[in-house]
Every structure is written in C-alpha cells, then in structure tokens.
Design a protein around this ligand. Structure first.
Ligand code: TXA
Ligand code: MG
Length: 352
C-alpha cells in the first residue's frame, strides 16, 4: 500500500450543505483527487469521470479489479450527452420520470469518456443521484463524477461516513459527512444497449416503476439469486460480504426462525459466536440464540434495506463467526434485498 494520506472529513447538513465546503470539495475533484460523498443510496467514492488518472486512483484506493466498471454521476439530464451517444428516447423518458433517483442506465459510451471508467467496454453507466450534497458537488465540480460505492472491494457498501473512513481512511483525500444514507442499498442498474431493457442489478428503483415507462423491461441478473434452493457458492460473485460466514434461510417464517434458533444453538455449542439478523417481530423466537440485530419491522422493507449494511459491519465489529439471517419477502425492495443477502452469504441459501 502507498503511504497513507490525510483524509479530511467535512460535516455537512444534508439538506443545506455549506457552499464553501462544497466548492472546496469540488476543487479537489477537478484536481483529480478522491472525495467520498453521500447519495440517497450509499456513499460513493468520487473522482473526475473525464480523467483517466483520477479514475485510476479509485481502482487503487478500493483495491477494485480493473474489469469492474464504474458509474458516472451527473447533476442534470442535459449532461447525459456529455457521456453517452446514440441515446434512445426511452432513456430520456426514464430519466424524466425517475431522476434524480436510484436508477443507473447503461448506454453507449461517448468518445470523450475514458476507457477505464467502463473497464474497456463500449458502454457507460450513468446516474443522476438525488440528495443536495451529491447534486451540489457534481454541479460545482462542473464535470461528471465517477463513483463506485465507497467501500473496499467485496465489503458491504458504506452507508455512513464512519464506514467510509473505516475502509478508505488514509487512502482518499476527503469525505463529506452528511449522515446515514436514506435508501441504504445501491441503485438499480438497467442496460439500455440491447433489444430489450434489462435490469442487471435490482436496487432502489423498483421493476414496476421502470415498467411503467418501459413495459418490456426484463431482469437479467448476472449471477443466480433466486429459486434454486441452494445455488452453488462457486457461481456467486462474492460481494457485500461480512468477514463472518453468512447463511440465509428461506421458507415459512415460523419454520425458518425455528431452524435459525436450532442452528445457532449447535454452532454456539461448538464454541462459535453467532449473530442473527431478523425483523422486529422475530425477536421473541430467536432471543438468547446469539447476538441479535433487528433490521426493521417485517412489513417495512425500506427500513430493513436501510439498516442491512450497517448491521453486517456491526456484527463484524462484534467479532461473530457466523451470521444467520432470513428472506424478508419479495414486496417492493424485496428483490434488491434478496440479491444483497444472497451475495453477502456467497450463495449459502438454506430452504426449510
Ligand atoms: O447506488 C449506487 O449505484 C452507488 C452510488 C454511489 O451511486 N454506486 C454503486 O457503484 O453501487 P458500484 O461500483 O459499487 O456498482 C456499480 C455496478 C457494478 O455492478 C458494475 O459492474 C455496474 O454497475 N456497471 C458499471 N458500469 C457498467 C457498464 N458499463 N456495463 C455494465 N455494468 C456496469
Ligand atoms: Mg459496490
């Protein structure tokens, strides 16, 4: 690792960020430096999206392999043509309906956009985030901002400035601290370069919202996340993963909680420290089975999603060896949540 640099931390009011600090952070971006900032989904690790050396610094700081492309963030729909060419009408329709928001669109890459943001692909991922800090920073920088999630590669995404500092402190120039992010899981990635719009990663914007504008949209996850009782961990892309070994239970809720409690008991008897991630209503059934974290009420998938990554990091901090959690259903954010759970568990799904 390079010798550490001093990471500046600026506290900002998420609704009314100090323009002087925004201007200073924007200057760092223009100078090719790295600035982490909150979006409505998760914190992003930002750099000038039109500068290949600046983007190179992102890959180095995150220890991210150079074959994983990065999203470019803009502050106005009018900036789309700075990044993409041959933009289909449907992209503008989606942008008008769902931006600013948790939707990333894959489009044909423009000539001025560096190869390395796209990992050499002829496409580019573009998103217009909501949130005052993000939009003020991008507008003030005057350039699109390349930003992957601000975590070390394969770790859970960062939803607070403290998470960013834990992973990237000493490796980046600054963090804008605007408190915890609202949605807590990443944007929906929608590929508009094929015959049919295809969701590559479910996220903060729902399939139904997209289909209202683009009815033909399909889901094409790049890794297996559904239906198969026990997808082979070898086929799963390890991602969002805690240090602890995680397992996700699915099935009828009472049976699932029973299986989790039993397994927790067996693992504890073997001397392992067990963490459990559950809904508020589940708590009585798993009380005493290990370190229990409640993510939210069963019917509040927004709260469960918002708290997931922080809970995974918290359980790591509490040194658990194993994390047991469960399927929270398919309503609303359920698809995105299931995707993150299965990948954090590296495919260890147990159907009861
Ligand atoms: O909510 C989010 O999307 C956050 C915030 C910071 O905007 N960003 C984020 O970035 O999650 P990252 O790098 O962690 O995930 C970006 C995803 C990856 O799965 C990447 O493979 C995909 O988008 N992606 C980026 N560019 C692409 C491209 N040209 N073609 C296909 N997939 C692409
Ligand atoms: Mg990421």
């Amino acid at each position: 690792m390079d010798s550490p640099i001093k990471t500046r931390v600026w506290q900002l009011d998420a609704d009314a960020p100090n323009p002087r600090i925004i201007a200073e952070a924007a200057r760092l971006i223009r100078d090719g430096r790295l600035v982490a900032f909150p979006t409505e989904t998760v914190y992003g690790l930002g750099a000038n999206a039109l500068s290949a050396p600046a983007i190179e610094r992102i890959y180095a700081a995150k220890q991210r392999p150079s074959h994983d492309p990065i999203i470019a963030h803009i502050a106005a729909i009018d900036d789309l043509p700075r990044l993409a060419v041959d933009i289909p009408d449907i992209a503008f329709d989606l942008a008008r309906a769902l931006w600013p928001g948790a939707l990333t669109m894959i489009l044909k890459r423009g000539a001025d956009v560096p190869d390395n943001i796209a990992a050499g692909l002829d496409t580019v991922a573009v998103r217009m985030p909501s949130g005052r800090i993000a939009s003020a920073l991008i507008a003030s920088a005057g350039v699109p901002i390349a930003a992957p999630s601000a975590n070390t590669f394969t770790r859970p995404s960062a939803t607070t400035a403290a998470h960013v500092l834990h992973d990237l402190g000493g490796r980046i120039d600054a963090v804008l601290d605007g408190g915890a992010t609202r949605i807590g899981i990443e944007s929906t990635v929608l590929d508009l370069t094929g015959e049919t719009p295809a969701i590559l990663r479910p996220g903060g914007v729902l399939l139904d919202d997209i289909r209202r504008i683009a009815p033909a949209t399909i889901t094409r996850s790049r890794w297996q996340t559904d239906d198969a009782p026990s997808p082979s961990p070898g086929q799963m892309l390890k991602h969002y993963a805690p240090n602890a070994r995680m397992m996700v239970y699915r099935g009828e809720v009472a049976a699932v909680l029973d299986a989790m409690r039993r397994t927790a008991g067996e693992l504890s008897a073997d001397g392992l420290r067990v963490g459990l991630l559950v809904a508020a209503e589940d708590r009585p059934q798993v009380a005493g089975a290990g370190v229990v974290h409640v993510l939210g009420r069963r019917d509040d998938l927004a709260a469960i999603s918002r708290h997931l990554f922080a809970a995974l990091r918290q359980l790591d901090a509490e040194n658990v060896d194993v994390i047991l959690t469960r399927d929270f259903g398919a309503a609303g954010l359920g698809a995105a949540l299931w995707d993150r759970l299965v990948r954090a568990a590296e495919g260890r799904v147990i159907t009861v």
